[in-house]
Design a binder for this molecule. Structure first.
Ligand code: G4P
Length: 506
């Protein structure tokens, strides 16, 4: 069985993703990396515009994928950009992982961004391990947290560990599997190792634990791997409690590379042919060099440097001479890679998000959707004679996955959609730098968009009545431009023969 574990961390800003990442890498023996991740976290908070982000580019490309090893298991941790750089990339990264860790703040529980990312995981039944962070601070009761996860996300929860007191009372974390306690010594912030001291737990907490062990189902690997159940670990990323247990859990329970659906049937990871798909493209800011790094998730076969693969959109083979592997803090040139690994492929715009790469050019991976935008804006030109250039730019950038574009059925103003505000800044600066188009973004009266699916007759009937709310996407597919979430459910109810979809398969 493969020793690869390819996963992402999903969380709301400030829950502790950066701190946990740092500690995971430390535990994985990549100590030199920790400072860098930290620097990035701090830089991320400080930076405010696209140029600044580009200055960080060297770092951020490196930490888009972090690979570390422990006890013979190779972990590929994919970064899900949050904060200001929350974007469709954040969602798409989740199409390239086999499992996720959901980090929640013990005091805050499930927050909006956690929920959004969780929903994307659910679309693909990505199994989730929950890490309740910051138990060294005052938080909600453990039962309350567990019940919230269960109710909010409609998941079975299984506590795998238990904090011995919270906040000021915090005395460590009891791991159920090993019956060991990780505890601080005095007020030390150091992790001082595990001891088998389960007998000196305060009576009230011993009672809680007994209740918990009787009251929640026991861990069921199948249910977890189906995405129906989440094991819950408690800890403190900052004080390094419960992190070792978390890594052990990923190694032990998280699935190895999964088969991937394609138009030629399911492609198994142990297939001989090298196949993979692009889930993210990172552009270089220098407009003179349109070089980009495309991130490919390897699905099957053993990749070897110099190998020729055919990108589905290009249709002819290209030799992958300088692929990048993301081992430790350096970008290393990859010689070989296994299913589950991520390879960075430098290119000049030939590789697009959603492309399949393969040796025989016979498969196309499916299940790599576009996600409904959450911010919509009208695009206005400063110079109206530049309409053609604008259209080309919007088509290109949407193909690259930077934005989505919608062409309304009525009226001439095109609409762009994104899931994170920063993408709009990226759009404006790239329009200017690469296409010499000066544009402005104006408020649009829409909140979100839904792809419409149904019979021709049903679509026509809907279109006849709702022309003013309809648009076409880049591929010419019909899209309902919704004023609100309520609008979507109202129309869905009125038109049961149509599907109003929040995702679109390429
Ligand atoms: P993020 O990437 O999810 O946004 O969160 P990050 O790790 O940056 O953590 C957010 C804040 O929470 C940081 O404090 C961090 O030190 C703190 N934190 C993370 N894990 C724990 C924990 O287990 N216990 C406690 N008590 N705090 C934790 P900050 O003051 O905003 O930043 P910093 O100046 O300390 O870096």
């Amino acid at each position: 069985m493969s020793n690869r574990r390819t996963f992402a961390i999903i969380s709301h800003p400030d829950a502790g993703k950066t701190t946990l990442t740092e500690k995971l890498l430390l535990q994985g023996g990549a100590i030199h990396l920790a400072g860098e991740v930290k620097a990035r976290g701090a830089a991320r908070r400080a930076r405010s515009d696209w140029m600044k982000i580009e200055q960080q580019r060297g770092i951020s490309v490196t930490s888009s994928v972090m690979t570390f090893e422990r006890d013979g298991v190779t972990f590929n941790l994919l970064d899900t950009p949050g904060h200001e750089d929350f974007s469709e990339d954040t969602y798409r990264t989740l199409t390239a992982v086999d499992s996720a860790i959901m980090v929640i703040d013990a005091a805050k529980g499930i927050e909006p961004q956690t929920r959004k990312l969780f929903e994307v995981c659910r679309l693909r039944s990505v199994p989730i391990i929950t890490f309740v962070n910051k138990v060294d601070r005052e938080g909600r009761s453990v039962f309350e947290t567990l019940d919230e996860v269960a109710d909010a996300l409609a998941l079975d929860v299984v506590p795998m560990s238990w904090p011995i007191g919270l906040g000021g009372e915090f005395k460590g974390v009891l791991d159920f599997a090993t019956n060991t306690i990780s505890r601080p010594e005095g007020d030390s912030r150091e992790f001082l190792g595990k001891r088998t001291l389960a007998d000196d737990i305060p009576a009230a907490i011993a009672e809680e634990i007994e209740l918990a062990q009787g009251g929640y189902p026991s861990f069921d690997l199948e249910a977890y791997r189906h995405g129906d159940l989440t094991p819950v670990y408690f800890g403190s990323a900052l004080k390094n409690f419960g992190v070792a247990e978390l890594i052990d859990a990923i190694a032990r329970y998280a699935p190895p590379p999964r088969p991937q659906p394609s138009d030629a049937g399911t492609i198994e990871p142990d297939g001989k042919e090298v196949t993979g798909f692009i889930f993210k493209v990172q552009a270089n800011m220098d407009p003179q060099h349109r070089d980009r790094i495309a991130f490919m998730r390897l699905v099957s076969g053993t990749f070897k440097r110099g190998m020729k693969l055919t990108p589905s959109a290009l249709g002819k083979p290209v030799a992958i001479h300088s692929p990048i592997l993301f081992f430790a803090q350096d970008r290393e040139i990859a010689d070989t890679a296994e299913p589950g690994d991520i390879i960075g492929i430098p290119n000049h715009g030939t590789l697009r998000v959603g492309d399949t790469l393969s040796e025989n050019n016979k498969v196309r991976f499916t299940g790599l959707p576009n996600f409904a935008p959450e911010i919509l804006r009208r695009v206005a030109l400063k110079d109206p004679t530049k309409t053609k250039q604008l259209r080309k730019a919007l088509d290109d950038l949407s193909e690259e996955g930077v934005i989505q574009v919608f062409y309304p059925e009525l009226g001439g103003q095109w609409i762009v959609g994104v899931v994170g505000q920063l993408q709009l800044d990226v759009l404006i600066s790239r329009l200017e730098a690469e296409y010499k188009v000066e544009a402005m973004l104006e408020a649009a009266p829409y909140d979100t968009a839904r792809w419409l699916k149904g019979s021709d007759a049903a679509l026509k009937a809907f279109t006849d009545f709702n022309m003013a709310t309809l648009a076409k996407d880049r591929d010419g597919d019909p899209v309902f431009m919704a004023r609100s979430a309520w609008d979507v459910s109202y129309q869905q109810e009125k038109n049961p023969e149509l599907v109003f979809s929040a995702t679109k398969e390429r």
